[in-house]
Design a protein around this ligand. Structure first.
Ligand SMILES: Nc1ncnc2c1ncn2[C@@H]1O[C@H](COP(=O)(O)OP(=O)(O)O)[C@@H](O)[C@H]1O
Ligand SMILES: [Mg+2]
Length: 872
């Protein structure tokens, strides 16, 4: 790929060295006013960014090259990162004018999808996580950090939940140990392929020593400046040390700056949060919709006004709480804001246009803050003061606590305000950032440049008087700088201290000592004032660094207030009520609505009740009803309401009592989710196994057409067995929407199973869906009616009615209708309605051509079948 070293220019040799050091990065190589990319990088860049591909040297081995102007680099970086690449930025680290030989360069930063800090590259309301996974024989651990906000987490996790957790975090990048020849290479390979399938996470392999617990521990305490990690709740020898330490090493490798804003790590304890696995998160469309596009829960109900609030909001709805006290603490806050609309309005008024303090702090800490960051920080700190006063006027415990801890740092606000002007430019390099009056030396330097004209006019006047040459002129050109020009007729009057510099057609040009000195002063004054501004700015930055902790805790307070105020705003605008939360396994919702659909459909949405658990002695509810009648909506709505209630939010219902759930499981039958491309039956089986193995009596299970992914008998038996198992053994709150009407028979057999169906009105051979869930089962499928609604031609509809009638007939005859249900209850543990043997026999009989069978053949066959069935 690269050329013979001896043929390379010095700059290209330099390039080669850096490229070897960062082989997995695209190298942006600074050359003057451009960043250049070479060889394969150039080809990739030209494809991804649409840059023109040219070549550097002509001749035998032209080097492919694609370049971009330095000031436009952000846009190109964004494209490369979005496409999943890592970019190493190699800068000139000395002034090319001063350089002897080739300019010194160095890689100053590596930008990877998981280590972004620039607003331009980030989504405002989404965290940008980098995560790492540690595996060893005993346990798995995950750690994740958002360096754009400073949030750093870690948790131990059962191995079978690692993928779920990673997909919940949905990191932009995931670090795994380079698996070749390692102990866990198989596990790591499998993990990587599962993560990669999700599509949005870049996988980065790093050597095993990144994860070595001993070094990782040392790295962490060194980074935090602590003696141990106990203050973070992390015991010596904890499994989380390995991935957390790997993250710190990777940040060092890529950032090459201080990371003071990552000042602590939070240990996430599993028991504190409602567990939502990734299948559930997806099928409930919590963060994004299954088919992409608008309509996720987060998007629909988010009323937050700040980036920090938006990110916390998403965090809250992905990790609802499991602790009654913690939930009620939030609920009390929301309730008070609903009651005191004035305060709510004032608070939201302040939050509007509140700067993203977390991201500003991240940039301050990593030396990437610009003038506007300082300005925004100053302005928001000033707004924090009235916010604090508003909080102090509220009574709910959560606000009392927040107000007490709210330090608004007015001294920092005042300092920044006196230093940075309201109209400051985006880039420090443009100058004019620091306000007049902040620094006397800077003011003087700026005055010099400003006074140029006056000084030159005065100087010209003085020289005219001294020499007596009336048409003497002082001028400037780019090549020779300042000069005194005397026309040829007067050159003899030029004083002896005039040094001739240039001859033009009708005149001579001179320079004097005084003019030369003044010229130097002006030219350097510009440079000097820029330099000084940078120095002052750096001092301000250092001063801000002293406030990092305080700014981060203020940011957290603002985010929390934003979330609570958003819940209040949502409750007011959509008529939500406060659910009564309990520790019992109960669930009673009156007139509940689907939070997303109800917002779209408005009053057309038909509210529904749910009663499960101790309140009506039913753990399992089987919901039957025609296609498109609202089954899926109903069961998902129930799950969403429980989830939402456990975040501390109010919910769309008239009244609700909700017993805390420890986990929510949702499984959607294959045909409702065709996109995944695995063997559908296999998917259903594994996912169902997961429920059966992990659900407890406090879980909420939502099953939507499970069993659909396979043939009728298999599917029905599977559905039957799962329901039986849940009702008999797990006894957790379960909603099962199914088109297997046969399942309704279970309600007669098991005390804690109840039937419901979706009310339908038939009117002049038309079906009207009322979307109302009522007690009792259905025995009719309305699929053909739905087909009619969808515009299927009449002839086909008529024919399908015939077929349906025939099928129903056959089913009754072949199986004896209800008989099989009774037979099953005798052996509740058997999963299948018919075992394989019986099925084989049935198949055989079905395929017989009886008319062409001789009596002897018939008798032989009967014997054969009997023997076959006897063989056990
Ligand atoms: N409670 C409701 N009120 C109004 N419309 C509803 C309601 N429930 C469902 N719908 C409408 O019916 C459509 C089909 O609902 P869905 O739950 O998918 O039916 P099913 O699962 O029974 O096939 C939804 O897209 C929605 O537009
Ligand atoms: Mg459905």
């Amino acid at each position: 790929m690269t050329q013979q070293p001896e043929k390379l220019t010095p700059a290209m040799k330099q390039y080669d060295t850096f490229k070897k050091k960062y082989p997995d990065c695209i190298m942006f190589f600074r050359m003057g006013d451009f960043y250049e990319t070479f060889y394969k990088d150039a080809q990739i860049c030209s494809q991804v960014c649409g840059l023109t591909l040219t070549s550097r040297s002509k001749g035998e081995n032209p080097v492919p090259l694609a370049g971009m102007p330095f000031h436009a680099v952000d846009g190109y970086l964004k494209k490369m990162i979005k496409a999943g690449y890592k970019v190493a930025v190699c800068e000139q680290i000395e002034n090319p004018k001063m350089a002897q030989g080739v300019v010194k360069r160095d890689v100053i930063r590596i930008i990877t999808p998981g280590t972004l800090t620039d607003d331009m590259l980030l989504e405002e309301k989404q965290n940008n996580f980098l995560c790492a996974v540690g595996l060893n024989s005993k346990h798995a651990a995950i750690s994740w950090v958002d360096i754009s906000t400073g949030h750093f987490f870690a948790r131990m996790i059962p191995e079978n939940m690692v993928v779920d957790e990673i997909l919940r975090i949905s990191p932009a990048e995931c670090i795994l140990p380079d698996a070749r020849g390692e102990l866990f290479s198989e596990e790591i390979k499998k993990l990587a392929s599962q993560i990669e399938r999700s599509g949005s996470t870049t996988i980065t392999y790093r050597p095993g020593w990144y994860f070595e617990p001993y070094d990782a521990y040392k790295r962490l305490i060194e980074h935090f400046g602590t003696k141990t990690l106990e203050g973070f709740g992390i015991k010596d020898g904890s499994g989380v040390i390995s991935p957390a330490g790997a993250i710190v090493e990777y940040l060092k490798e890529t950032q090459k700056t201080a990371l003071g804003h990552i000042s602590g790590i939070k240990l996430v304890e599993q028991k504190k949060f409602l567990q939502i696995d990734q299948v559930t998160l997806r099928s409930l469309e919590v963060l994004s919709t299954i088919r992409g596009g608008k309509g996720s829960l987060a998007e629909t109900i988010d009323r937050t006004l700040t980036g920090m609030g938006g990110r916390m909001f998403r965090h809250w709805i992905c990790m609802p709480l499991c602790d009654l006290g913690a939930i009620e603490l939030r609920q009390d806050g929301v309730e008070e804001l609903i009651e005191k609309k004035n305060s709510l309005e004032q608070i939201r008024g302040i939050l509007k246009n509140f700067a993203d303090l977390e991201r500003i702090v991240a940039r301050i800490s990593t030396l990437r803050a610009g003038p506007r960051d300082m300005l925004a920080l100053a302005q928001s700190l000033k707004k924090a003061e009235p916010l604090k006063q508003n909080l102090a006027g509220l009574n709910a415990d959560i606000f009392v606590r927040l107000a007490k801890n709210c330090d608004t740092m007015q001294e920092l606000a005042a300092l920044l305000e006196s230093a940075v002007g309201d109209d400051c430019p985006t880039h420090l390099r443009d100058g004019g950032v620091i306000k007049a009056g902040f620094n006397a030396e800077l003011d003087e330097l700026r005055n010099i440049s400003k006074d140029v004209r006056t000084w030159l006019a005065q100087y010209q006047q003085r020289e005219i008087e001294r020499t007596g040459i009336a048409n003497l002129k002082v001028g400037f050109n780019n090549v020779f700088g300042y000069y005194i020009e005397i026309s040829n007729s007067n050159t003899d009057k030029a004083p002896s201290d005039y040094v001739r510099k240039q001859t033009i057609k009708n005149a001579e040009r001179y320079i004097t000592d005084e003019l030369k000195k003044y010229e130097d002063k002006i030219l350097t004054a510009g440079e000097k004032s820029l330099e000084l501004e940078q120095k002052i700015f750096e001092q301000l930055r250092v001063q801000c660094c002293g406030f990092i902790q305080k700014i981060m805790s203020l940011a957290e307070i603002v985010a929390m207030v934003d979330c609570l105020a958003a819940f209040a705003q949502l409750a007011i605008s959509q008529n939500y009520t406060r659910p009564k939360m309990t520790n019992a396994a109960e669930l009673a919702i009156t007139d509940g609505k689907h939070p997303v659909l109800a917002e779209i459909l408005g009053s057309e949405f038909v509210p529904n009740d749910v009663e499960l658990g101790i309140s009506n002695n039913a753990d399992v509810m089987i919901i039957t009803g025609p296609n498109m009648s609202g089954k899926s909506t109903y069961i998902r709505q129930t799950a969403l309401l429980v989830l939402l209630a456990q975040t501390g939010s109010f919910i769309p219902a008239k009244q609700a009592t909700i017993g805390l759930a420890d986990r929510i499981f949702t499984r959607v039958g294959a045909s409702d989710e065709i996109v995944r491309g695995q063997s559908t039956f296999m998917v259903e089986m594994t996912e169902t196994a997961n429920i059966v193995n992990n659900a407890t009596e406090k879980s909420l299970v939502i099953l939507d057409e499970v069993g659909r992914g396979t043939s009728t008998y298999d599917g029905l038996s599977l559905a039957w067995a799962i329901t039986e198992h849940i009702a008999n053994n797990i006894k957790c709150r379960t909603l099962f929407a199914t088109h297997y009407h046969e399942l309704t028979a279970l309600a007669e057999l098991l005390v804690n199973v109840k039937n419901c169906n979706v009310a339908v009105r038939e009117w002049m051979d038309e079906v009207v869906f009322l979307h109302k869930i009522v007690a009792g089962g259905t025995d009719k499928s309305y699929g053909i009616h739905v087909a009619k609604l969808a515009g299927i031609p009449k002839t086909i509809l008529e024919r399908s009615k015939e077929i349906l009638a025939e099928l129903e007939n056959t089913f009754q005859k072949e199986t004896g209708g209800e008989k099989f249900t009774k037979q099953r209850t005798k052996e509740p543990e058997t999963a299948m309605l018919f075992d394989q043997k019986e099925k084989d026999v049935l198949e055989k009989i079905k395929s017989l051509d009886v008319n062409n069978l001789t009596p002897i053949q018939a008798i032989n066959l009967l014997n054969e079948i009997k023997d076959f069935l006897k063989k056990q």
